[in-house]
Every structure is written in structure tokens, then in C-alpha cells.
Write a protein that binds this ligand. Structure first.
Ligand code: SAM
Ligand code: DTB
Ligand code: SF4
Length: 332
């Protein structure tokens, strides 16, 4: 396979001419997915160690600054207004700046390096951004990296957020172009790509990944990673979420994905985008310590930290710190 490091019999690696590339083909991606597990892990680890300290993991803490009542119909999401009567999730308006900053201060004290604020909007209005810009400025002043996920953005909005000092914008493509309409009907895959372009062109760091375990085929997982790795530049951060099955959402009864297939997805992301942070994202609450260790071995080097994601639980910080201690991992 072109440009993928090959193992010599002695187990050393020939790096090949260019490891960071945007010309991945589906055949190459599927070939990676089909490797024997040990060979895939070895390739992923080899690349991981070339670009990163393999024992260092970055910690991002999330806060839902505006919860529920979203007009989109993402089948995995408890925040869509469409499933409200079945999920029972209470909507909440945009939080006060002071409350957000207090939570960010606590996140920093607990060891987080990045603070990510999420809003259940399809696309923010310009006047919504006034308050959000203030949050970014004050959170940044605490010495934290800042990230926002607010839905689709116009070019001028991305530029405004960059000017306010925002570091990252999260906008997931969620799945393959082919499977997208099975999951979301209120917007298109191209809408997501357009926002990513505005974010990238504004000079913001891009955080973009997706969700597995939504009943998609391996081809869809491969197609999702191919889309990410063939963007003009690789997203600096790639969250790979395992579906959190929330009662009342259309995907609540989805079949469990083979855990090894999740680990494979992380490993393939690591190989395709070797210099990017790959995040072991939502779904850790349902994973064993051993499973998480396999994900770190596969090249995951970032997690969501703190006891809540947006609306669902995440492992407690002290539990994560204990696991890090047992594995010799240290936070970035
Ligand atoms: N509304 C904005 C948007 O969709 O771009 C931002 C917030 S939205 C909740 C952020 C991301 O969370 C989604 O793109 C999706 O990838 C992820 N997500 C939402 N619900 C999830 C679930 N039940 N399991 C895993 N990931 C989920
Ligand atoms: C991402 O990739 N995962 C995060 C974040 N980006 C915004 C969200 C996960 C949400 C899980 C379901 C919930 O807590 O509502
Ligand atoms: Fe709304 Fe985002 Fe949830 Fe989709 S994922 S329903 S856009 S909050």
C-alpha cells in the first residue's frame, strides 16, 4: 500500500515518503480496517510515537451552555426538540457568562487543558454570539484553550469567533456521506463541509469527527475517516464518539458495535491523520478500563474529562486519574 510505513522483518519501520497526506482512497482505508488486529495496532502505535509522546493524553472538559430544543432531527441526539416527549429532556436557555466561567475555573483546577462549550443550535444568530464571545474571552483569560460547538456557521461568524480569541471549533461530520441521510434529514453533509471550510479559512483549529455504533457498515466508518483525512488540511482534533444510546431517541435500541471495531476505527484514524489528536470521546462511561487502555494503545491521545458530557454522564475525574496512574499516562 502506497506511503504507509512497512514493517521490516526486524520490526523496524520504513516511514515512506509522506505520512501526512490528503489523497487516501477507499480501498486503502478498507485495507487498513481489514488488517489483522495486531498488525493494525503496530502500525498505529508506530506512527503515534513518531508524532506524539505516547503516554500523554489531552483533557477537554465539556459544558452544555444551551441545552435542548434543537430544530434539527439528528437521530442520536437527546437535544432534538423532535424527541422531547420521549426523552423528557428539559431545555435550558443560554447560560449566564459568570456561571460558565465558574465551571471553567473548576475544570482547570481538576486538570483540564481545554474547555469546550456546546449549544443545541442548528446555527447561531449573530446576536447569540455576543454572549458567547464574552464566554470565550473570559475562559481564555483563565489560561484554558477554548472550543465551541454551536452548529453551522457563516463565514463572518467564524471570523468573529477567531477575532475573539477562540482556539478550536467542533463540528462533526458524524458518518459517511452515504449514510448521512439515514441519521439526519434536516441538513446535508455538504452543509457540514461548508461550515468546516469557513472555520478552517478563518484560521481556527478544526475539531471534527463522528459517531460509530449507529448501525452503519464498516464502509461508512471508512468513508467518514476518508472524508476527514481528505479535507484540505486534517482536522487538528478528531473525536471518535461511540454512540451513547439515549432512551427516547430513534437510535436508543441500536445494536452494540463490536468493541474491537471501535478500537480499529481509532487506529485507522491515527494512521490516516498521524499528527492530529484523536479523541476517545463519548461512550467511555460504558467502556471497561481494559477497553480504554486498548484505545490509548491504538493511538487515542485525548478524552472528554469531567463527570458530564453535554447531557449524559461521563466517568468521574478521580476515576480517570486512577486509570491514568495505573497506565502511566499523564495529562497534557
Ligand atoms: N448542535 C451542534 C451540532 O450538532 O453541531 C453542537 C452540539 S452537538 C450535541 C455535538 C456533537 O455531539 C454531534 O455532532 C454528535 O457528533 C455528538 N453527539 C450528540 N449526541 C450524541 C450521542 N448520543 N452519542 C454520541 N455522540 C453524540
Ligand atoms: C463531540 O464529538 N462529542 C461531544 C462534543 N463533540 C460536543 C458531545 C457528546 C455528546 C454525548 C451526548 C450528550 O451528552 O448529550
Ligand atoms: Fe441539534 Fe446538534 Fe443535537 Fe443535532 S446534534 S439535534 S444539531 S444539538
Amino acid at each position: 500500500m502506497a506511503n504507509i510505513p512497512e514493517m521490516t522483518p526486524a520490526g523496524t519501520v520504513d516511514p515512506g515518503p509522506s505520512e501526512i497526506r490528503q489523497n487516501w482512497t477507499m480501498a486503502e482505508v478498507l485495507e487498513l480496517f481489514e488488517l489483522p488486529f495486531s498488525d493494525l495496532m503496530f502500525k498505529a502505535q508506530t506512527l503515534h510515537r513518531r508524532y506524539f509522546d505516547a503516554n500523554e493524553v489531552q483533557l477537554s472538559q465539556l459544558l452544555s451552555i444551551k441545552t435542548g430544543g434543537c430544530p434539527e432531527d439528528c437521530a442520536y441526539c437527546p437535544q432534538s426538540a423532535k424527541y422531547k416527549k420521549d426523552t423528557g429532556l428539559d431545555a435550558a436557555k443560554l447560560m449566564d457568562v459568570e456561571k460558565v466561567v465558574a465551571d471553567a475555573r473548576a475544570a482547570k483546577a481538576a486538570g483540564a487543558s481545554r474547555y469546550c462549550m456546546g449549544a443545541a443550535w442548528s446555527r447561531p444568530k449573530d446576536k447569540d454570539l455576543d454572549q458567547v464571545v464574552e464566554m470565550v474571552k473570559q475562559v481564555k483569560a483563565l489560561g484554558l484553550e477554548t472550543c465551541l460547538t454551536l452548529g453551522m456557521l457563516e463565514k463572518h461568524q467564524a471570523e468573529r469567533l477567531k477575532a475573539a480569541g477562540l482556539d478550536f471549533y467542533n463540528h462533526n461530520i458524524d458518518t459517511s456521506p452515504e449514510y448521512y441521510s439515514e441519521i439526519i434529514t434536516t441538513r446535508t453533509f455538504q452543509d457540514r463541509l461548508d461550515t468546516l471550510e469557513h472555520v478552517r479559512n478563518a484560521g481556527l483549529n478544526v475539531c471534527s469527527g463522528g459517531i460509530v455504533g449507529m448501525g452503519e457498515a464498516r464502509e461508512d466508518r471508512a468513508g467518514m475517516l476518508k472524508t476527514l483525512a481528505t479535507l484540505e488540511t486534517h482536522p487538528q482534533s478528531v473525536p471518535i464518539n461511540m454512540l451513547v444510546k439515549v432512551k427516547g431517541t430513534p437510535l436508543a435500541e441500536s445494536e452494540d458495535l463490536d468493541p474491537f471495531e471501535y478500537v480499529r476505527t481509532i487506529a485507522v484514524a491515527r494512521i490516516m491523520m498521524p499528527a492530529s489528536y484523536v479523541r476517545l470521546s463519548a461512550g467511555r462511561e460504558a467502556m471497561s478500563d481494559e477497553m480504554q487502555a486498548l484505545c490509548f494503545l491504538a493511538g487515542a491521545n485525548s478524552i472528554f474529562y469531567g463527570e458530564k458530557l453535554l447531557t449524559t454522564p461521563n466517568p468521574a475525574s478521580n476515576k480517570d486519574m486512577e486509570l491514568f496512574e495505573r497506565l502511566g499516562i499523564y495529562p497534557k
